[in-house]
Ligand binder design. Sequence first.
Ligand code: NAD
Ligand code: UDP
Length: 346
Amino acid sequence: MSKIIKVLELGSGNSRRGANQNRGRALVAGGAGFLGSHLCERLLLDGYDVVALDNFHTGKRFNLKAVLHNPRFTCIEHDIVDALPSNLRVDEIYNLACPASPPHYQADPIHTFKTSVLGSLNLLELARKHNAKIFQASTSEVYGDPLVHPQPESYFGNVNTHGPRSCYDEGKRSAETLFFDYSRTYGLDVRVARIFNTYGRRMQPDDGRVVSNFIVQALRGDDLTVYGSGLQTRSFCYADDLIEGFVRLMNAPSAPAHPVNLGNPGEFTIMELATLVVDYTNSRSKIVHRPLPVDDPKQRRPDISFARNNLGWEPKINLAQGLAHTVEYFDTLLYGNRMAKGAAAS
Ligand code: NAD
Ligand code: UDP
């Protein structure tokens, strides 16, 4: 059963591009999440009416604070695994609904898999019904523990089908299959982004991913928990850069015939990240080691040649700048911006 948190006329009105000089109605599944809430804001700025659908598993109403009173914004509490509200009319769909952090997506793995597969099917059917363009937030996890480095879109990946990460990795792989089969079968305009690790404002303190964990630990003066040796690598993209990539991919004049990598090619070991976070927070926290989770990928770095050459997109915000913004965000959230007041974490 879905609950409308704030009402917009869903079944009527200006859901077509050009009406009232707006750009039509965009549906953002997962719109109350970390990335989804940034995307809702961006789409409103770009002239869309925006409908967010979210089951609030990891999303928060608080993330929507800036848009909830916008008359062109609606939020519906709904799980995309269930049949969608029948009166939804949309011009564009962005599917970001899925828990993204390993502890969250592993908490109910069967529901995570259903979210990627049944949820995608529901949204694809909605797109078909309204001939709407549809975007899928896929992931670098489709490359698994990659044997090719950096990872180009043409790499098929190295994924365990039955491990604790599989519900997410294989769910997202299946969703990619569905998106391109809907394109081939029904001529649907689909855009699929493979997103590499992205961080920034609006992550939750209990999100569980590495950047938020380290920053929150450092600000609290707790030990920073490096899993394994810390020599595994990731490439970290700041959220604002990524959202620009989403919009460029969605607005590209023709749909790429394959998924597109979006991420920051700067590659860091987890130990390097821990050291940077301790530095930027002036923290006296210690770095400690904890067991490496099963199937934790050893390396990750996007080849973004396609996005560079075809979307004119590349990240502008480096790790130092992005961490500074994110540290400020968490410090404000947790302590009312204690660092600006001159107090170091101890
Ligand atoms: P997030 O957990 O903050 O956001 C996910 C949102 O989807 C939340 O608001 C959650 O409540 C909602 N949701 C989950 N299951 C749902 C369901 N069944 N029905 C309706 N809503 C549901 O994570 P995020 O980092 O903002 O990720 C957004 C999307 O981008 C996800 O699909 C994720 O897989 C993908 N992605 C993110 C990253 C990253 O580094 N942030 C990397 C790769 C892919
Ligand atoms: N990680 C870590 N400490 C933490 C959280 C994560 O060392 O507190 C490691 C994790 O084992 C992985 C990397 O950081 O090697 C990135 O983890 P995250 O969960 O952010 O993303 P993913 O593994 O899905 O890329």
